[in-house]
Design a binder for this molecule. Structure first.
Ligand code: TXA
Ligand code: MG
Length: 316
C-alpha cells in the first residue's frame, strides 16, 4: 500500500517489518539495521546476494558515534559542509552493527538523507535504518513510489510516498583507507564539490570482480532491453529495421516517435538529467523495444555519476 503516513511507517519499522521510504536520491527498502531479522528480510525481498552490504541511514551525523568507532577529521568536515545530503561515509563499525549489514566487512556505510520524510521518520526512531535501493537486485533504481509498487508492492506492507526524487542518482560513497579519501561510487554529490573542500581524491572505477568493494559490481541498473552506448546519430542507420528507443542528453531525433525518446535535459542541465535518468530508462524498458541507443554526457559534475550508471546499464 502507498501512503504518506510517517507514523505508520515508523510503527511497522519498530515491529521489525520492512517499508519503502523516499530519499532525495532514490527510494530505499528500509528495515531496522540493528535487527538481523529485519535485515535478512531486506535481502530476501530484493533477492540480493548476502555479499553485497547495505547502507545505514540516520537523521543526524551527531548520532553516528553510536555505530562507528572513530570519525576522521576530513569526514567530519565533509559532513558539516554537505550533510544531510547524498554523500555516504564508509567508517569502522562498532560490534552493535550486525555483520549481515556489512557483509562481514569491518566498515559500515552511513548516510544522512535530506528528504523531509526520511528526516522526519528517522528522527522518530531510536535505531538506524538499513536501506538499499528499493528495486529487485540488478534492476534500475526507483525514483518514485509507483516504481516501487510495480516491482515490490505485493511483498512489503507499506510504501511511504514522498513524491519524485529530486537528485535521481544514488549517493556518492567515500571512504578513508590509510587516512586518505577514496570515492567508491560516483553519485549525487559531484567529485568536484568534495575536492573543493578537501583537495584531490582518488576515484575507484567499478570492475567486474573487485571483492574489496562489492558495491562496484559492473552489471547493475540494467534494463531488460539491450542498451548500446555511442554517438546516437552514427548508430541510427545501423538499426533501421528495429524498434528503437533513444536516451539522449539534449537532442531530439526527428524520425523517431517521441514516446520512444527520452531527452534528459534539453537545456543541458546535469541536475535535471540525473533526475530523469532512471525514470527515463524504466519508461523505455516498458515499451517492448528491440534496443535502446544512448549517449554519454560530458565527463564532469553529475555527468560522471550519470555516465557510470549508463555504462553499467550497457553491461550485460
Ligand atoms: O542513495 C543511496 O545511497 C541509496 C538510498 C536508498 O540511500 N541507497 C543505495 O543503496 O544506493 P544500495 O544498497 O543500492 O547501494 C549501496 C552500495 C552497494 O553497492 C554496496 O555494495 C555499497 O554501497 N556498500 C554498502 N556498505 C558497504 C561497505 N560496508 N563496504 C563497501 N561497500 C558498501
Ligand atoms: Mg542499488
Amino acid at each position: 500500500m502507498i501512503g504518506i503516513d510517517i507514523k505508520r511507517a515508523a510503527t511497522l519499522l519498530r515491529e521489525g517489518q520492512v517499508v519503502a521510504i523516499p530519499t532525495e536520491t532514490v527510494y530505499g527498502l528500509a528495515g531496522n539495521a540493528l535487527s538481523e531479522n529485519a535485515v535478512a528480510t531486506i535481502f530476501a525481498v530484493k533477492n540480493r546476494p548476502y555479499f553485497d552490504p547495505l547502507i545505514i541511514h540516520t537523521n543526524d551525523f551527531q548520532r553516528v558515534g553510536e555505530w562507528v568507532e572513530n570519525i576522521p577529521d576530513q569526514a567530519r568536515y565533509l559532513a558539516e559542509a554537505l550533510l544531510p545530503g547524498p554523500l555516504t561515509f564508509l567508517l569502522p563499525k562498532k560490534p552493535i552493527i550486525p555483520d549481515l549489514v556489512t557483509a562481514g566487512s569491518s566498515l559500515v556505510a552511513i548516510r544522512i538523507p535530506q528528504h523531509p520524510f526520511s528526516q522526519a521518520l528517522l528522527a522518530q526512531l531510536d535505531f538506524p535504518l538499513a536501506a538499499p535501493s528499493a528495486n529487485p537486485f540488478g534492476y534500475i533504481s526507483p525514483t518514485n513510489a509507483q516504481h516501487v509498487e510495480q516491482q515490490l508492492g505485493d511483498q512489503i506492507p507499506y510504501i511511504l510516498d514522498g513524491g519524485p526524487c529530486q537528485v535521481g542518482v544514488e549517493s556518492t560513497i567515500i571512504g578513508f583507507p590509510d587516512g586518505r579519501p577514496v570515492v567508491y561510487r560516483k553519485g549525487g554529490i559531484a567529485i568536484e564539490t568534495i575536492e573543493q573542500l578537501i583537495g584531490p581524491l582518488e576515484v575507484k572505477e567499478h570492475s567486474a570482480s573487485n571483492p574489496q568493494a562489492p558495491g562496484m559490481l559492473k552489471s547493475h541498473y540494467a534494463p531488460r532491453v539491450p542498451l548500446i552506448l555511442g554517438e546516437i546519430e552514427q548508430m541510427l542507420p545501423l538499426h533501421q529495421a528495429k524498434r528503437l528507443g533513444i536516451l539522449s542528453f539534449q537532442k531530439r531525433f526527428p524520425n523517431i516517435p517521441s514516446a520512444q525518446q527520452i531527452i534528459l535535459s534539453p537545456s543541458g542541465d546535469f541536475r535535471e538529467a540525473a533526475q530523469h535518468l532512471f525514470s527515463g530508462l524504466r519508461h523505455l524498458d516498458n515499451l517492448d523495444l528491440d534496443i535502446i541507443l544512448a549517449e554519454l554526457l560530458p565527463e564532469k559534475d553529475l555527468g560522471r555519476a550519470i555516465n557510470d550508471r549508463l555504462r553499467r546499464a550497457a553491461q550485460r
